[in-house]
Design a protein around this ligand. Structure first.
Ligand code: FE
Length: 281
């Protein structure tokens, strides 16, 4: 018998200032046993350009992956490996900082709502100093699986009904899905029972267990189990569903750098000051 995951906790995202003065909604931003290997999820949704235009000028990352998913609007980026370009509506940038990358992420002025997310996934000790890599995934490369005309799932990473997402070979074996459900629909989706899983509601409302109706900008953290069950009644529901294999390692975290020990953090910031941070151009 497969075990349906129960809800561990529900929390509303909180307004936070980041970068050069970006006002964003933070779904979570700390190491937590039930969220491991994920460290942070920021929601950039805003109708006001003053909230996002300042962006994130040049800054380093080491020891993590940053995953940016844009729903509406665009972000210009460039980095110390010589990559540059635009993440546009529907695109994903999966950046593995590894041993170190210095980059900037600058949102462009957008008519209407600027909407997007950045997720941070931790890297295990054995891979924190891996060579950085960078994947640009275009909207058109992300498959959509439709179930019974009621449910649409964009598969960024992971697998739904045999359809695999374009991002593969990631160490923490993550799944990243963007799920839209119509009124009065039911979704059952298997998740490996070794993995931690959470959902973040981005539109409408629905039920992630039998009891409580959960609305926009709420983070739902699940207990362990083999599958999740989600239901809607008279509202539609759209949410991100993300899962991954926990690392269960010590976390030493300061700003954009996440290592295992305070000494590794100290070295990282010293190297950044001395201009020896980037190991691979
Ligand atoms: Fe960054």
């Amino acid at each position: 018998m497969s075990e349906v995951r129960k809800i561990y906790s529900v929390q509303k995202s909180r307004t936070t200032m980041e970068g050069a003065g970006v006002r964003l909604k933070r779904a979570f931003g700390q190491a937590h046993q039930k969220l491991d290997p994920f460290l942070l999820l920021d929601d950039f949704g805003s109708d006001n350009p003053d909230d996002y235009l300042a962006g994130f000028p040049w800054h380093p990352h080491r020891g993590i992956e940053t995953i940016t998913y844009m729903l509406h609007g665009e972000v210009l980026h460039e980095d110390s490996m010589g990559n540059s370009g635009t993440i546009q509506s529907g695109d994903v940038q999966w950046m593995t900082a590894g041993s170190g990358i210095v980059h900037q992420e600058l949102p462009a002025r957008t008519a209407g709502t600027f909407a997007g997310f950045q997720l941070w996934a931790n890297l295990p000790a054995a891979h924190k100093m891996m060579d950085p890599r960078y994947r640009d995934i275009k909207k058109t490369d992300i498959p959509t699986v439709t179930i019974d005309d009621f449910i649409e799932i964009k598969v960024i990473c992971g697998e739904v009904q045999g359809i695999k997402g374009p991002v593969q070979d990631i160490i923490t074996d993550p799944e990243y899905l963007d799920i839209s459900m119509n009124h009065f629909s039911t979704l059952k989706h298997p998740i490996k029972n070794t993995h931690n899983a959470f959902a973040y509601v981005i539109e409408g409302e629905g039920y992630f267990d039998e009891k409580q109706k959960i609305g926009n900008e709420n983070l739902v953290i699940f207990e362990s189990g083999d599958e999740i069950q989600v239901n809607t009644e008279n509202s539609k529901l759209r949410f991100l569903l993300i899962s991954g294999k926990p690392l269960e390692e010590p976390v030493a975290w300061s700003g954009p750098i996440v290592m295992n020990t305070q000494e590794e953090l100290r070295i990282a910031f010293e190297e950044y000051r001395n201009d020896t941070f980037v190991k691979k151009q």
